[in-house]
Design a protein around this ligand. Structure first.
Ligand SMILES: NC(=O)c1ccc[n+]([C@@H]2O[C@H](COP(=O)([O-])OP(=O)(O)OC[C@H]3O[C@@H](n4cnc5c(N)ncnc54)[C@H](OP(=O)(O)O)[C@@H]3O)[C@@H](O)[C@H]2O)c1
Length: 259
């Protein structure tokens, strides 16, 4: 029997990248996956591939910045399955470049997709999650939610916000039995960096070698079983967080070379 047998899992940004891997891995563990994405063609393709290879999947078109879409997606899950056990707030976007060279809209868009979409979809889904089995909110954060990096100010801000909110609601929801898992990956091999909202300069440290999105999905399954509240899928990312905690001035000096 799969480790997620009988669970209904709602994943945002499920057409590509990490969301796509979450869908495959969770379905292979017996979950009924509901994947949503703004990209309808790719989303349908992914759902069909999941059904063919690993199990049950349903695609719903969903722009995470649209309030009417949040309501429609949650209502559809209730109608079809009567519950949502796991909500994975995964959709995300970024931009590369100096804060001073970016327009206000870049920051607003990143906060909308990476932060407000997660908070408001969760708010709407809470009564439904409450009826779930071992309900869990999985927020896909980033190492940049633990240490801000130059050329990534808007993205870092959005992931710090997501982390702070995750910690707060984890305590608030403890009595209700709804868990909150924060996932903080470093670089993952997806097309994320081809989807940047804007790129006004290249990242001075170049593209880092990433881990496979499937590794992240498998770590999430394991974290669910062990009831962990936080995971750091890449050791390099974890190292940066530890170094920043114990040697913040050194990390600051090193990062200031990448001005
Ligand atoms: N890749 C990394 O190195 C990395 C590292 C740490 C954390 N993360 C986080 O991991 C999550 C997934 O990233 P990824 O690497 O899988 O990126 P990805 O390959 O770009 O996939 C993100 C998916 O989200 C969709 N999406 C974007 N805006 C949306 C919206 N408004 N409504 C609905 N769907 C939307 C995208 O659709 P379109 O392609 O059509 O826009 C895409 O299918 C993000 O939260 C990201 O911040 C990524």
């Amino acid at each position: 029997m799969g480790k997620m047998q009988g669970k209904v899992v709602l994943i945002t940004g499920g057409a590509m990248g990490m969301g796509q891997s979450h869908a495959h891995v969770f379905a292979s563990e017996g979950a009924q996956v509901v994947l949503t994405d703004i990209n309808e063609a790719k989303g349908r393709e992914t759902a069909a591939a999941v059904k063919q290879s690993s199990g049950s999947a349903l695609f719903l078109r969903h722009d995470v910045t649209s309030a009417s879409d949040w309501r429609a997606v949650v209502a559809e899950c209730v109608t079809r399955f009567g519950k949502v056990d796991v909500l994975v707030n995964n959709a995300g976007v970024s931009a590369h470049g100096h804060f001073s060279s970016h327009a206000e809209q870049v920051l607003r868009k990143i906060m909308e997709v990476n932060f407000f979409a997660a908070t408001e979809l969760t708010r709407l889904a809470l009564p439904t999650l409450q009826r779930g089995q071992d309900p869990l909110i999985v927020n896909i954060g980033s190492i940049l939610g633990h240490r801000g990096l130059p050329h990534n100010s808007e993205y870092s801000a959005s992931k710090f916000a997501l982390r702070g909110w995750s910690e707060s609601i984890r305590s608030e929801l403890a009595a209700s039995g709804i868990g909150v898992l924060l996932v903080s990956p470093g670089t993952v091999d997806t097309e994320f960096f081809d989807h940047l909202l804007t790129r006004t300069d290249s990242i001075p440290w170049g593209k880092q070698q990433g881990i496979s999105p499937e590794v992240v999905a498998r770590q999430i399954v394991r974290a669910m079983q062990l009831r962990k509240t936080e995971i750091y899928p890449n050791w390099r990312g974890r190292l940066l967080v530890v170094a920043n905690r114990w040697m913040p001035k050194l990390v600051e000096r090193l990062l200031s070379f990448y001005k």
